[in-house]
Structure formats: structure tokens, C-alpha cells
Design a protein around this ligand. Structure first.
Ligand code: TYD
Length: 203
């Protein structure tokens, strides 16, 4: 059985990535793939319990980072690795690029700390394709304020999201083959055409 592929969607809050998650999953299902859709933080019962804490309880920035990776370890062990091993494709709303963007870019934690946790938890494992939905800060801010309730991250200042965006773009520059930047100001229809091309390229 060939191993499935792992696709992640990333972007600042308000970039609109969640809209495209089901499109990616449906596109893959139309190719006859078994698809598992999941998210971070979360994706397992324990991970979802950690997500509640992460999104709503005040905590130290390092605690936040460690809990993100605790949830990720459980996610990999319980869901992602077994699904890929049986040949399913896994589509995740966020993964480790978000830790570099939010905890390093946003909160200012050293990238080496994140890299150490990444090496521990992932042991070389990485997504096959990452779709980065990029929008200018004012567009993301308008979309965030239209949303009903804000969690701990969504209540952050505009400067926080500018740093998060820049950290995402820096990662995309460092890994251009894996991280594909999409201009999320484009219409949903235009973006879906672009996403389809990128998925075709995965084989
Ligand atoms: P998000 O995926 O945007 O969910 P929703 O669309 O329901 O708001 O929310 C998850 C939040 O968690 C988001 O603000 C980014 C944050 N996050 C991190 O800070 N670090 C991480 O490693 C991950 C996976 C998420």
C-alpha cells in the first residue's frame, strides 16, 4: 500500500483558509482517494481538549508552545501517521508552520526552540504540500472583525498578525517547493482553480 500524502492549509486568522479545506478534500475524493480532514490544535479527543485550553485560557507563551506540540504529538501518533500508513490522504487545517508563524513570529519565541520540538515530535516528518493563504493585514482584520466571537489569538493586535504573516512568508521563501503562497484576495473560484493545479502536481 503506498503511503498517502499530507497536505496542510495555513494563513493568518481571517485569510479564509477554512473555506478551502472542504474543497481540497472533495477534490481528492473525486480522484478516488480516502481523505481524512483534521485540524490543529486538535484532531484527536485529547488534542481537542488542549485546543479549548489554548484558545481560551491565558497562559505563558512557552506553555502555549509546549501544549501545541503535545497536541501535535498525539495527533501524529493517533491519527496522522496511521492514516497515511493505510494509504489515506490527510488534509489538516494548520500544522507546524503555524507554530513558527504564531509562537515565533507572533510571540517572539526563538525559532531554535520550535525546531527542537519539531525534531522531537516529527522525527523528520513534514507535509508534502502546504497551501499558504496570504492576505494584507487590513483585509484579514476586516474578515476577523466580521466573525462572531474572537478567541485568544483573534483578539491580538494588528501588529501581532503582521508579524505572523511575515513569518509565514519567510518560511515560504525558505521552502518554496513545499509551501505555495496563494493570494487570498482572489475570488474563491479563482483560488479553487489554482488549488486544483497544485493538487494535480502532487501526483
Ligand atoms: P483556527 O485554525 O484559525 O481556527 P478557527 O478558524 O476556528 O478560528 O484557530 C486556531 C488558532 O491557533 C489560530 O489562531 C492559530 C493558533 N495556532 C498557533 O498559534 N500555533 C499553532 O501551532 C497552531 C496549530 C495554531
Amino acid at each position: 500500500m503506498t503511503r498517502g500524502k499530507f497536505i496542510t492549509l495555513e494563513g493568518v486568522d481571517g485569510a479564509g483558509k477554512s473555506t478551502h479545506l472542504e474543497f481540497v478534500a472533495d477534490w481528492l475524493r473525486r480522484q478516488g482517494r480516502e481523505v481524512v480532514v483534521t485540524r490543529e490544535p486538535g484532531g484527536t479527543p485529547l488534542g481537542e481538549a488542549l485546543r479549548e485550553l489554548l484558545l481560551h485560557r491565558d497562559m505563558d507563551a512557552d506553555t502555549e508552545l509546549l501544549l501545541m506540540f503535545a497536541a501535535r504529538q498525539q495527533h501524529l501518533a493517533e491519527l496522522i501517521r496511521p492514516a497515511l500508513a493505510r494509504g489515506a490522504w490527510v488534509v489538516s487545517d494548520r500544522f507546524t508552520d503555524a507554530s513558527y508563524a504564531y509562537q515565533c513570529g507572533g510571540r517572539g519565541i526563538d525559532a531554535e526552540r520550535i525546531a527542537a520540538l519539531e525534531a522531537w515530535v516529527q522525527r523528520g516528518f513534514a507535509p508534502d504540500l502546504t497551501l499558504l493563504f496570504d492576505v494584507p493585514p487590513d483585509v484579514a482584520e476586516a474578515r476577523r472583525s466580521a466573525a462572531r466571537t474572537a478567541d485568544r489569538f483573534e483578539r491580538e493586535a494588528d501588529s501581532f498578525f503582521s508579524r505572523v504573516r511575515n513569518a509565514y512568508l519567510e518560511r515560504a521563501r525558505a521552502e518554496p517547493a513545499r509551501i505555495r503562497v496563494l493570494d487570498a484576495r482572489h475570488s474563491i473560484a479563482e483560488l479553487q482553480i489554482e488549488i486544483g493545479h497544485l493538487l494535480e502536481g502532487l501526483g
